[in-house]
Design a protein around this ligand. Structure first.
Ligand SMILES: Cc1cc2nc3c(=O)[nH]c(=O)nc-3n(C[C@H](O)[C@H](O)[C@H](O)COP(=O)(O)OP(=O)(O)OC[C@H]3O[C@@H](n4cnc5c(N)ncnc54)[C@H](O)[C@@H]3O)c2cc1C
Length: 455
């Protein structure tokens, strides 16, 4: 059986600040960036990391000075089968690179999050979902095989039909079962890089949810944007967006524009985030879209990755960083939990630039996978210490009451008992982790906070 170990006499890398995309918390760590993913010498605990786009503490060391193994240099394409779309690659390959290489050849990632700057390994570890969850489910559904470097240095092949339990614990397992070294996944055929997009203003949450539900039957990609500062009869008003890959005839004479990239060159001042400014911003955004249905053809990057057009936009939230909160509540609960969440936010005067709503299809068998059939809501909140944390604990209370859960790729504050109440299959996952990593070689800020791992 193959083993991967680097030479044991290499000096440890210097300390550097390590944080998720929300920039809270920040922990100094020793980051390895190997050409080939390997375990550090000895038995030092480590956390795997890709491009650092998880928001909270999932890819942050378990303690100051802890080891981080970053995959970004281990990003080779091993093979591609143009007949089937089967891609065999190293875990550090990014979706940005997959898009660059494969879109011109007529292929697209089967599931993509709202940024392309993510690695394939992390898409597996977080079992990411996209605007097509209602139709296709999450990333793990398209994975045929994973090569996993386990705590004892073995390279283990796992997939839906071999080492199935390890596979189900690794998909959505937040890097805590081993280092994902390689992935075999299936890309999706597309005719053009263009998206047929329809947008429509929706006057209330009920109308928006109904719009999402009705669109799901005919549109592969659906999502809603909510003006979460609207009050009274406007609560939950927003914009419904739905899209599909355009055919050659629909794309017509559209030509690709060079995407512009702005940069946020400084940590934005906190006044930019005050509730009055945000109310104005949200109101203008909501009403410039009006209520009439608009249809147009847009580039795939404008549809899927609008935030990627502004580099370092996370610095807009100022030096204290921000938290992203994403939860999902089961469909049976209707609009009540979402209304309760929005009302709690409004009562706190909490400002959010961005509140995204989406309906999810059935969840997968992976033990810790986030999506379940129902409604998911995601929002950004500037981090203001204890008041922000207490607000999010309240939101967690509403989510638990309705049988929902939060998304670990965006979490930095959930308490262990709340997490246990959210995840019905946590024990099964723990049993697999006990078998493959009894000494907890793979640890992160998140696993210390949520799972009781030693720091
Ligand atoms: C603007 C924006 C929009 C987003 N939209 C969505 C969305 O729509 N849907 C969604 O699901 N997510 C979304 N996310 C979250 C993001 O897709 C995930 O967190 C993604 O996994 C981050 O990839 P990364 O390479 O940056 O991983 P990191 O942030 O570096 O790591 C994420 C997790 O993966 C683990 N990991 C990384 N590499 C490996 C490896 N080789 N082996 C084992 N474990 C590994 C880490 O330990 C960590 O637990 C969004 C994030 C941003 C910033």
């Amino acid at each position: 059986m193959a083993r991967l170990m680097p030479p044991s006499d290499a000096p440890p890398p210097p300390l550097e600040p390590v944080a998720g995309w929300g920039r809270h918390p920040i922990v100094p760590g020793r980051v390895e960036r190997p050409e080939h993913l390997a375990l550090p010498p000895g038995f030092e605990p480590l956390v795997a990391r890709g491009l650092g786009r998880a928001y909270g503490d999932a890819a942050v060391p378990a303690r100051p000075g802890g080891r981080v193994v970053e995959s970004t240099r281990a990003d080779r394409i091993r093979s591609f089968d143009p007949a089937t779309g089967r891609l065999h690659c190293e875990a550090g390959l990014s979706l940005a690179e997959i898009l660059r290489v494969f879109v011109p050849r007529g292929w697209f990632p089967p599931v993509t999050p709202g940024t392309r700057f993510v690695t394939v390994g992390a898409c597996v570890a977080c079992d990411v979902h996209g605007k097509n969850h209602h139709r296709d489910g999450s990333f793990g559904n398209f994975v045929e095989r994973i090569t996993l470097l386990t705590a004892d240095g073995r390279l283990v092949q796992c997939g839906p039909a071999r080492e199935r339990e390890l596979f189900l614990a690794t998909v959505g397992g937040m890097g805590l079962t081993g280092l994902i070294v390689e992935v075999v996944l299936h890309l999706r055929r597309i005719e053009t890089p263009w998206i047929v997009l329809e947008t429509q203003g929706m006057a209330s949450l009920e109308v928006l949810l109904e719009g999402l539900r009705l669109s799901a039957a005919h549109w592969p990609y659906t999502v809603g944007w909510i003006d979460c500062l609207a009050r009274g009869r406007h609560v939950g008003r927003g914009i419904l967006m739905r899209g599909r890959h355009a055919t050659a005839a629909e794309a017509g004479a559209h030509r690709a524009r060079r995407p512009s990239r702005l940069r946020v060159p400084f940590d934005a001042p906190e006044w930019l985030l005050n509730p009055l400014f945000m109310r104005w911003f949200n109101g203008v955004y909501a009403w410039t879209h009006g209520r009439t249905l608009r249809r147009r053809v847009v580039s795939y990057d404008r549809f899927f990755y609008p935030l990627d057009a502004i580099a370092d936009w996370n610095r807009l939230y100022g030096p204290r960083g921000f938290l992203q909160y994403q939860c999902v509540v089961p469909r049976g609960a209707g609009s009540r939990p979402v209304l309760a969440l929005l009302e709690r936010l409004a009562a706190a005067g909490a400002a959010s630039f961005l509140a995204v709503i989406k309906d999810c299809g059935p969840g997968s068998d992976a033990y810790l996978s986030f999506p379940l059939e129902g409604t998911t809501l995601a929002l950004d909140l500037p981090y203001r210490g204890a008041p922000t944390e207490s607000l999010l604990h309240d939101l967690n209370g509403i989510v638990i009451e309705h049988g929902g859960r939060v998304y670990l790729a965006k979490d930095a504050i959930t308490r262990p008992d709340d997490f246990a109440r959210m995840m019905p299959r946590l024990r099964e996952w723990q049993a697999v982790r006990d078998r493959w990593d009894p000494a907890r070689r793979f640890r992160s800020g998140l696993s210390v906070r949520l799972l009781g791992d030693p720091a």
